[in-house]
Ligand binder design. Structure first.
Ligand SMILES: *[C@@H]1O[C@H](CO)[C@@H](O)[C@H](O)[C@H]1NC(C)=O
Ligand SMILES: *[C@@H]1O[C@H](CO)[C@@H](O)[C@H](O)[C@H]1NC(C)=O
Ligand SMILES: *[C@@H]1O[C@H](CO)[C@@H](O)[C@H](O)[C@H]1NC(C)=O
Ligand SMILES: *[C@@H]1O[C@H](CO)[C@@H](O)[C@H](O)[C@H]1NC(C)=O
Ligand SMILES: *[C@@H]1O[C@H](CO)[C@@H](O)[C@H](O)[C@H]1NC(C)=O
Ligand SMILES: [Zn+2]
Length: 291
């Protein structure tokens, strides 16, 4: 007994510490990624579902959603991957171009979430069901791709440079102090779950999937499509995100703004749409890769 308490103590302290001092994040929260991957999983072709099952570690039981936040967990182990979760665009310009913006803080070109989506898509295109890749770890390629297609749909993952996508803008979400970036990663989603979906992520996913096959069904083929027969088109997703960041996320927000019902009610439809588009496009991309 004594021993097992001692051995869990460091873990408990770590959990306590990390809940007191949450690390600054650059990611949809766990639920955002879960939602995107669950929507995608239900739309995979037989070939893509088989490839995904073959690439996932066996403990995942073929369930992609269970590993959609894996990329956030390896930022310390793979420091090179940290800049691959987002794009910094010039302040107040509200536009994105790959050549100008897709780089890391040291100006290494292609090191942003759009470059990473292209990178892992081309790695996965080498997949051969009959022999494991000797060149790439395609399990990691799949987990990075599934995560980054989610990230690039979070409007503030394609935000302004000086405020780090809203990470340096302090706000109040109802009674809690947080930062604008986190409101879009987590708070809007969690509040929607509490208010409308009996706190359940599964019901939220169901509601989104109903609109994908109902309300939005005419628009879905347009979401799936990429011009010029590209396998994936992250530049389109990024341009939409910075537009939504300016039109909705940053709009009327200043340091210490109090964000409550009016902000929540007007922004939730944008979050709903971006989660749905992320899921639909992740499936479309995987279906093209493994066709
Ligand atoms: C897949 O994993 C997610 C996250 O762990 C879980 O919520 C979901 O129920 C799982 N789905 C299946 C079909 O096991
Ligand atoms: C591409 O993937 C490789 C292997 O994971 C990685 O080392 C490299 O940093 C990636 N580059 C980009 C831009 O994603
Ligand atoms: C590929 O990456 C996964 C996840 O990090 C790891 O478990 C696995 O051992 C790696 N495979 C190879 C062949 O290195
Ligand atoms: C689904 O569409 C209806 C009708 O536009 C809308 O009221 C509802 O909020 C949408 N739900 C989600 C989860 O997007
Ligand atoms: C796109 O791909 C289809 C099928 O492979 C082909 O028939 C068509 O000509 C291609 N279109 C362009 C613009 O490359
Ligand atoms: Zn991320």
């Amino acid at each position: 007994m004594q021993q097992s308490i001692m051995s869990t103590l460091p873990l408990l302290l770590l959990l306590l510490f990390s809940s007191l001092f949450p690390a600054p994040s650059h990611a949809w929260g766990i639920h955002g990624h879960l939602i995107v991957c669950q929507i995608a999983q239900g739309r995979l072709s037989d070939a893509a579902a088989a490839a995904v099952r073959g690439l996932l570690p066996s403990y995942a039981g073929g369930n992609l959603s269970s590993l959609c936040s894996w990329a956030d967990g390896v930022k310390l182990r793979y420091p090179w991957s940290a800049p691959l979760h987002y794009i910094d665009t010039p302040d107040h310009l509200c536009s994105y171009t790959y050549d100008r913006d897709c780089k890391d803080e040291d100006s290494f070109r292609g090191r942003c979430v759009a470059g990473a989506i292209n990178n892992y898509t081309s790695q996965l295109l080498t997949y051969d069901a009959t022999s494991p890749s000797t060149q790439y770890n395609l399990t990691q390629a799949l987990l990075f791709l599934a995560h980054f297609v989610g990230d690039i749909h979070q409007p503030l993952h394609v935000g302004f440079t000086s405020d780090k996508g809203g990470n340096t803008i302090d706000v109040h979400w109802y009674t809690r102090k947080t930062v604008l970036h986190h409101v879009w990663d987590d708070n809007i989603i969690k509040t929607a779950e509490n208010d409308y979906y009996g706190e359940g992520v599964a019901e939220f996913v169901d509601a989104l999937m109903q609109n994908i096959t109902g309300e939005w069904s005419q628009r879905v083929p347009g979401w799936e499509e990429c011009s010029k027969n590209q396998t994936t088109c992250p530049d389109t997703y990024a341009s939409e995100s910075i537009a939504a960041a300016c039109d909705w996320a940053y709009k009327d927000v200043t340091e210490d703004s109090l964000l409550e019902d009016a902000y929540f009610g007007s922004r939730l439809p944008v979050v709903n749409l971006r989660l749905a588009q992320g899921g639909v496009r992740l499936a479309a991309t995987l279906n093209r890769i493994f066709s």
